[in-house]
Ligand binder design. Sequence first.
Ligand code: ZN
Ligand code: ZN
Length: 419
Amino acid sequence: MSATSTSTVMAGLDDIRGAQEDLYRGLHASPELSHQEHRTAAVAAERLRAIGFVVHTGIGGDGVVGVLVNGEGPTVLMRADMDALPVREQTGLTYASTVTGTDADGNEVPVMHACGHDVHVTCLLGAAQLLAGSPDAWQGTLVTLFQPAEETGDGARGMVEDDLATILSGVDVALAQHVMPFPAGRVGTRPGPVLAAADSMRITVHGRGAHGSMPQAAVDPVVLAATIVVRLQTVVAREVPPVETAVLTVGSIQAGTKSNVIPDVARLQLNLRSYSDVTRSLMLEAIHRIVTAECQASGSPRDPEFELFDQFPLTDNDTSTTERVTAAFADFFGDRAGDIPPQSASEDFSDIPHALGAPYTYWFVGGVDPDAYHQAELAGRVAQDIPVNHSAVFAPVVQPTLDTGTEALVVAALAWLGG
Ligand code: ZN
Ligand code: ZN
């Protein structure tokens, strides 16, 4: 990338800043739940068309892909997710959401951009506009992808399964970002795993019901489930190597209705986080082995049932791609760019580059007022005082968050397209 091409493209930022901020506040005030991102997708499609992109809509639901060909050169894909969460906003902002929606179970729920995907949409549209406005500063193909349903973990897969690869061939690199509870103005990433793989699992174990006074006639699934919960604690403690980070949580256990009835079934729900495919497979195998063996030990009359759901892939940054982005960030942002440790959250973005056979880098941008962050740090109260994503009071400051997120996308794209 040449410094000249970056400054040429970035010169347009002053002109679009006001419109960017208005767009952001508008998106924030009208969030949409996963798989219902109709309006957000329409806004993205309309803006992309207005600046000369060829636009494909309705991919995997509300997915939008914009393609801008600007001569020979590499193809860079940049992705933003669009969905919001069933959270009642309590930020007190003038542009806070008061919107309600209907969730997948038919319940009326409040809706809030509590994960900052409105920041992602705004920044990607801004970066697209800046690059489209300076065609002489770069060469190649720019692909902007607006993805539905990240929060449910199936939006990226939905686009892939809806023949994304037939629209997009020869993508050389894929890029994405997330606003996080760090000081606004900061940006960072690292090679290797940056976000955990996540799996949820329902397990049903079978017993034989009987009167509570006659346990000899029963196979008690309550005792069985209890031993499983205890034994599962050994997976991370005794089977995962100590240098690996992994989490296994039993978040739900349900059995029975009454004190003097031994039920015939118990259900458990597990959540797993891991940072390597090896560890993930090891944990899944250990769970199957332990649950099956405990059922056998109890004399369970039927095999246990396992069902995986809400699965998110590992986000594992490609090393050379990340080195290129990191160098470009260091050039442009100076000491505002840096290494950021892996996060325990999860994302489905990597399903897209995976399906397209493209290397990828995923980075983080800060969204917290730098002074407020600094005060919390001095008081040793970052965890208590700085709202995190998915909280009802998660409220990224408009600036420098939007500028930084927009600049980061432009800088990273130009690391390939800038010649
Ligand atoms: Zn989220
Ligand atoms: Zn998110």
